[in-house]
Design a protein around this ligand. Structure first.
Ligand code: AMP
Ligand code: MG
Length: 348
C-alpha cells in the first residue's frame, strides 16, 4: 500500500490538508494523526470494515477494544450514554488526555469495542487531531499507531518505522507533548471511578474535583492466573523491548555495584540526568540513556518510549532502568515500565 505523508504545523493548520485527510477517513481508509499523548492510527469508528483494517494494520488482537475520539466532549452523547460524572470529568479535563468508558449506543459497531457493551471515549486537545475529527464529521477510532507489541509512537519517525505501507495517510505533526497514552477511567455509578490506565491526568487531579478513585489492581500488580482484566489491554505485555529489561530500586552506588557484577556483555542503563556523570565514571562500558532529571516526571514520560525504541535497535543483552515512584505522573511511568519489564524488579 502506498502511504501518503502530510506535514502539518499545529500552530498554522492548513485547512486543505485537513480536508484531504478527513476525506480519507470518510472513505473508510486509515489515517495516522498526532495527539498530545501518542500518535493514533485512525479510522471511522462507525464503519466496521474500516475498523477491522486498524486491527489488521497493527496486528492487534481483535479482543482489545479501541478508543473513539470525538471533536467536543458533548459529542460523546451521540455514541454513548453519558452521565453527570462524565460531564464533571469533561468540564475539568477535556479536551485533554483522559478517556472515559461509558455504555455504548448501537451506532458504534461491535468490532470497534471488541464485542463489549461499553465504549471508550476521548476528546483530544491536540489541534491537528481536533481539526481532523471535526472535518471528518464522524468519531475516529484510534489505538496507538505502533505495531502491536512495540512501544507507542511519540514522533513522526516512530510512526514511519512501524506504519509506512500499512495505512493510507500519515500526518506529521511533530513530537507528541506528553508521550504516554491517556488516563482511562470507568465510571462506577456511585460518584466513583475505577482507574484502568494511569496517564497525565492523575489520581490527585480526579480527587481534586471530588471524585473517588479506585485504582484497578492490574495498574500496579501482575494479573493473577485466570484473573479477568477490567480493561482487555491490561493483559497484554505491551512495549516489550527485545532485550531483557529489569527495574532497579536502590542508591546509585548500589545500582553501580549490581551492574558491575551482572555478568552480561552489552548492557544499557536508563539513568536520571542527575546520575549520568556518576555512572559514566563507574561503568565505562555501559551505554547510558538520559531519562531526564529525577524529579521531572514529565521529561521522563516524554522520553520513555523513544528510549525503548532506540535501545531496541541495538543488540543489548540487558537494559536496566530506575523503578519510578508511584505518585502523580509517576504512576503512569511505573505502570508502563513494570509491563515493559514483565514485572522484573530488583530491590538493592
Ligand atoms: P490504545 O488505544 O492502544 O491506547 O489502547 C486502548 C486501551 O483502552 C486498551 O487497553 C483497551 O483495553 C482499553 N479499552 C478500550 N475500550 C474499552 C472498554 N470498553 N472497556 C475497558 N477498556 C477499554
Ligand atoms: Mg496501544
Amino acid at each position: 500500500m502506498q502511504t501518503k505523508q502530510l506535514k502539518l504545523d499545529p500552530e498554522r493548520i492548513d485547512g486543505e490538508l485537513i480536508a484531504e485527510a478527513a476525506e480519507v477517513i470518510r472513505r473508510g481508509c486509515l489515517v495516522v494523526f498526532p495527539t498530545e499523548t501518542v500518535y493514533g492510527l485512525g479510522a471511522d469508528a462507525t464503519n466496521e470494515d474500516a475498523v477491522k483494517d486498524i486491527f489488521r494494520a497493527k496486528g492487534r488482537p481483535g479482543d482489545n477494544p479501541l478508543i473513539i475520539h470525538v471533536a467536543s466532549p458533548d459529542e460523546a452523547a451521540k455514541y454513548t450514554e453519558t452521565c453527570e460524572l462524565y460531564y464533571r470529568i469533561a468540564e475539568a479535563f477535556m479536551p485533554g488526555p483522559i478517556t472515559v468508558i461509558l455504555p455504548s449506543r448501537d451506532n458504534i459497531p461491535l468490532a470497534t469495542r471488541a464485542g463489549l457493551p461499553t465504549v471508550a471515549v476521548r476528546c483530544p486537545e491536540n489541534k491537528i487531531a481536533r481539526a481532523l475529527i471535526s472535518a471528518a464529521g464522524v468519531p475516529i477510532a484510534a489505538p496507538s499507531a505502533n505495531l502491536s507489541g512495540s512501544p507507542s509512537p511519540t514522533s513522526f519517525k516512530h510512526v514511519v518505522d512501524d506504519m509506512n505501507g500499512r495505512c493510507d495517510v500519515i500526518i506529521d505533526g511533530g513530537d507528541c507533548d506528553f508521550g504516554l497514552e491517556s488516563t482511562i477511567v470507568k465510571i462506577d455509578g456511585d460518584g466513583a471511578v475505577t482507574l484502568l490506565r494511569p496517564g497525565r491526568i492523575t489520581v490527585g487531579d480526579l480527587e481534586s474535583i471530588g471524585i473517588t478513585v479506585r485504582v484497578a489492581d492490574a495498574v500496579v500488580d501482575k494479573l493473577g492466573e485466570g484473573e479477568v482484566a477490567l480493561s482487555p489491554g491490561m493483559k497484554y505485555r505491551h512495549y516489550a523491548p527485545g532485550a531483557e529489561l529489569i527495574l532497579l530500586e536502590g542508591s546509585r552506588e548500589a545500582c553501580a555495584r549490581y551492574i558491575k557484577g551482572v555478568g552480561k556483555e552489552r548492557v544499557a542503563l536508563i539513568s536520571h540526568t542527575d546520575d549520568v556523570e556518576y555512572y559514566k565514571g563507574e561503568l565505562p562500558t555501559v551505554i547510558i540513556y538520559d531519562f531526564g532529571l529525577r524529579g521531572d516526571m514529565a521529561a521522563q514520560a516524554h522520553r520513555l518510549f523513544s528510549i525503548l525504541r532506540s535501545a531496541d535497535k541495538e543488540d543489548f543483552d540487558l537494559i536496566l532502568a530506575p523503578l519510578p515512584e508511584k505518585d502523580g505522573i509517576g504512576l503512569a511511568l511505573y505502570n508502563r515500565m513494570i509491563r515493559a519489564a514483565a514485572h522484573k524488579i530488583i530491590r538493592l
